[in-house]
Design a protein around this ligand. Structure first.
Ligand code: HPA
Length: 272
């Protein structure tokens, strides 16, 4: 089955469950998915219900689309995401964003856990993504061009919308939420980076490193969806950190940053 048919089948199934048109989409990363539980009038559609949808495999990613309302906005949260390192073809990692486009999403918030490359950063910091470096070696837009999802050669100069970031920055200052702003660099994973790779990332201009977000952001850009990205800096990246990295540390820091992260996502919903 080609990708377009697969996307349409999945959306047709969702349309049998709801006719809501969500203006805001969210893809919630490691340990950050429970924001979806705070939506009102929730409808939860597990990935496993959706024909042709790949199954998520990472602990901390439960795997469901959650429709709901908050602050008067119709929202569609993807609780848990698909990662390239799980073995999914990169075009399927992007499938949820193609689906969101057909479902009506106009603005997409992408969140992730990331390692701090910038030496000023501390675990628990929140970083608005200003731009990215795609070092993953893959790109979900490679392959047959599907014109219904936008141009073959999308411009990505303003991928992480500067005007949305400005609004969020100002609102965060008013709300007293400290917010960094920096460049996210994607590695394929699943290993954490070597110290040499982290030094390279810093020289190339990265502030944080991680294993997600870039495929979804590129796909949104092609579809004409505005993008905001927020990284929770869960650890200092390899070689910056004096100790070994672990998924446990990542989950502990997302738990510690939980309330601040929720406050920021709430603020973003109210602001954009
Ligand atoms: N590197 C890559 N991905 C990550 C990290 C890291 O240090 N921390 C959380 N996700």
């Amino acid at each position: 089955m080609n990708l377009s048919t697969r996307i349409h089948n999945a959306v047709d199934y969702i349309r049998t469950r709801t006719d809501t048109v969500p203006e805001m989409g969210m893809i919630l990363g490691s340990g950050l998915g429970d924001f979806a539980d705070t939506l009102e009038e929730r409808l939860v559609i597990p990935f496993t219900d959706i024909p042709g949808f790949p199954a998520a495999t990472v602990p901390g990613h439960t795997g469901a689309f959650v429709f709901g309302k908050k602050h008067g906005k119709e929202v569609l949260c993807m609780q848990g995401r698909l990662h390239y390192y799980e073995g999914h073809p990169i075009r399927l990692v992007a499938m949820p964003v193609f689906m969101m486009h057909l479902l009506g999403v106009k603005t997409l918030l992408l969140t992730n856990a990331a390692g701090g490359v910038n030496k000023d950063y501390r675990p628990g910091d929140l970083m608005l993504i200003s731009d990215h470096i795609n070092y993953s070696g893959v790109n979900p837009l490679i392959g047959e061009h599907l014109p219904e999802f936008g141009p073959r050669f999308p411009d990505v100069t303003d991928l992480y919308s500067a005007s949305l970031r400005m609004k969020v920055k100002l609102a965060a200052v008013d709300a007293g939420i400290a917010l960094r702003q920096g460049v996210y660099m994607m590695f394929s994973g699943p290993n954490y980076e070597t110290p040499a790779e982290v030094r390279m990332a810093r020289i190339l201009g990265a502030d944080a490193v991680g294993m997600s977000t870039v495929p979804e952001a590129l796909t949104a850009a092609q579809c004409g969806i505005k993008v905001l990205g927020v990284s929770c800096i869960t650890n200092l990246a390899a070689g910056v950190s004096p100790h070994k990295l672990s998924h446990e540390e990542v989950m502990e820091t997302t738990a510690m940053a939980h309330d601040k992260f929720h406050a920021l996502v709430d603020l973003i919903l109210k602001t954009v």
